[in-house]
Design a protein around this ligand. Sequence first.
Ligand code: DNO
Ligand code: MN
Length: 357
Amino acid sequence: MRMTFRWYGENNDSVSLKHIKQIPGVEGLVWALHHRSAGEVWPLEEVLEVKKQADKYGFHLDVVESINVHEDIKLGKESRDQYIDNYKESIRHVAAVGAKVICFNFMPVFDWTRTDLYKELEDGSTALFYETSKVNQMDPTELIKQITNSGYTMPGWEPERLKTIKNSFKAYEEVDEEQLWINLEYFLNEVLPVAEEEDIKLAIHPDDPPWPVFNLPRIITNERAVERYLAISDSPSHCLTLCSGSLGANPNNDIPGIIRRFHNRIAFAHVRNVRIYDNGDFIETSHRTKDGSVPIDEIVKAYHDTEFKGYIRPDHGRHLWNEECRPGYGLYDRALGVMHLWGLWDAYELVKQERSE
Ligand code: DNO
Ligand code: MN
């Protein structure tokens, strides 16, 4: 298991590389050119600039999250080919700084969706919260306004992109789940050969939450979907980002089971916990199993038992100790997350050693 930490870049993150360096066992940064929008080529000079910054602290750039997929590709529009060419170009450019994994998602219009970025937990910390009734009743543009008022934007919720949101909603009236699968397959058939040439794994992130929001289709939602996705190609570049918090928002998803079944194809692991309420609402919690509904201890055990050699990172964290940071991406709780993951891993390692003695 190779520990990494997401970093939004020098002028875009409250967390510095100096601080990340002090978290035990973090070897690499999970990075992106966040100022580039979906569909643009990531210029080589800008990629090399990130490399220069990472080198100062001895971090590798093996994991990119995410090169976002342009909406026209998801919609299957004619203009997609140009954006796919640009995607290929970006794959080649990140390969030049040693990237091994590219995480991406295929969620229509929005990336992850929450209704409250600072919902208070009983211990006084705040965390990302999803309230089903709000999503069902609210106009998405209203929700976006509320959310972008926080100063930071969630990835995928950038104000510029959201200006065109009404058109996007209209366009998705023609695209149901089956059509989205077809469009995803078209994209993969184009980009996988390039990823293979560059020795990069393309690792899809599941939908978050794993069900349709605002009536937009969502397809990477459960074990059956993962099975169907992986059956599209047997290319060694065709892989998963297994996000415990995304799939874990649906209590029917058996995440340790999914890991044990598909471990060969998991290139990148996101670990976080969520507490699910009876009405389907959920809030993000500490990584500890006891604090939420996702069995983090069994998840790490599944990775340990399957001798996971891929990259891992703590996913979102709570906002602790008055930290001002991007929603879900502060230093403190994610650093606690890293230590929790190492704690479990090292303990399972010890048990294994004792057994073999
Ligand atoms: C949520 C986060 C997401 C993720 C993107 C991947 O679980 O990990 O922001 O980065 O959806 O494309
Ligand atoms: Mn995730």
